[in-house]
Design a protein. Structure first.
Length: 219
């Protein structure tokens, strides 16, 4: 039996015509999660519940395909999942293994051997002046060429909040998992990722890896 026929045999009939929304559950959601995982967008459990981590993966797909992020999964998303991921490097001549952070699209991409292997929705610096717990500064994610300088596994808590699986790349600014990853930039300067995606990022990104930050946020 051809490979594509085997795949179709495993899928619920008419699943790609189903519109899914957060809170939905069932075989169509499992199919969505499998497709998102295969496309390097989703790293949570394939449990058939359209939860927050699934929503973040949908947003990553939509951003990568230049679609407006929204929670509902309809024909446009199903169609995009059937096509290969777009290959649009910010730094074409960067390291073969690297992290790219696109501030304009609020999208993080990890490359291995010059090919993308992870896409993530992110929330970066809010670009406002802040004073929290006696600490003041400008909430900016710096643009430039950096390298991972330090790693901190699990949860750590500082004056500005809690961070999960932190990968520092300039001073106290890190890529890290968070329970709050809204569509708009909202951090003090760090790069927030969904919790499940941050686990995979922490597994594959090591000290010394290049991190390229480019662009500016455009709502």
């Amino acid at each position: 039996m051809p490979a594509h026929a085997e795949r179709k045999a495993e899928e619920p009939a008419g699943s790609e015509s189903v519109v899914l929304r957060p809170g939905d559950h069932g075989e169509s959601v499992r199919l969505l999660q499998r497709r998102l995982h295969a496309g390097h967008y989703y790293y949570g459990r394939i449990h058939g519940v359209y939860d927050e981590q699934t929503k973040f993966a949908v947003w990553a797909l939509q951003k990568n395909r230049r679609m407006r992020p929204k929670e509902a999964v309809g024909h446009e998303v199903w169609h995009a999942l059937g096509k290969p991921p777009r290959f649009r490097p910010l730094v074409p001549n960067g390291g073969a293994d690297r992290v790219e952070i696109n501030l304009r699209d609020q999208l993080l991409t990890v490359f291995r051997d010059r090919r993308p292997v992870l896409f993530s929705h992110i929330s970066t610096g809010a670009e406002v002046h802040y004073c929290d717990n006696g600490h003041c500064g400008n909430a900016i994610t710096p643009v430039g060429d950096f390298r991972v300088t330090n790693r901190a596994p699990g949860w750590t808590t500082g004056a500005l909040g809690s961070m999960y699986n932190s990968l520092y790349f300039v001073g106290g600014i890190a890529m890290h998992g968070s329970t709050k990853v809204p569509l708009q930039p909202a951090s003090h300067g760090c790069v927030r990722l969904p919790l499940t995606t941050s686990k995979r990022l922490y597994e594959i990104v090591k000290i010394g890896e290049p991190v390229y930050v480019r662009g500016s946020y455009s709502p």
